[in-house]
Design a protein. Structure first.
Length: 146
């Protein structure tokens, strides 16, 4: 029997650029993702994404919307329930990044699509969340009751 992995991810836009994290996942090249991570025991998705954004990017953000729940099945049989959020950057903190993160980048949608063509996005959800955020398809944060 397998378990469901509960995660949260965040689309953070500043002008025409999106905040992305670069990480090594054991392959020959690094991969790119939105700030994201697992929801810890005793934690809800809102608290989890605020923590993950700070740990992975050293940015403090204000959540502005909920993109919804994305269900993703990997080729190796894992199932992820990923809560998608939208946030606005407030200010960068003087903190060390999570050790799994190589660097953070502000990238345009074209640059992110280029990474997708090189198979360097961590999952297909990266572009889906951006597309949903840009289309205005989001919900009030109050739909989540933590």
């Amino acid at each position: 029997m397998s378990c469901i992995h509960s995660t949260a991810a965040c689309v953070i836009q500043r002008g025409e650029q999106f905040l992305m994290v670069e990480e090594q996942r054991g392959g020959p090249q690094s991969v790119f993702n939105q700030p994201a991570g697992h929801i810890e025991p005793g934690e809800g998705p809102i608290a989890a994404i605020l923590r993950e954004v700070q740990e992975e990017t050293a940015w403090r953000v204000t959540l502005t919307g909920y993109l919804g729940l994305y269900v993703f099945h990997t080729d190796n049989g894992k199932t992820f329930h990923s809560h998608g959020f939208i946030a606005e950057p407030q200010h960068q903190l003087n903190l060390a990044l999570d050790p799994d993160i190589t660097a953070t980048h502000w990238l345009t949608l074209e640059q992110i699509r280029g990474l997708d063509q090189q198979a360097r996005l961590r999952s297909p959800l990266v572009l889906q969340r951006i597309s949903d955020a840009l289309s205005g398809r989001d919900y009030p944060l109050a739909v989540i009751r933590e």
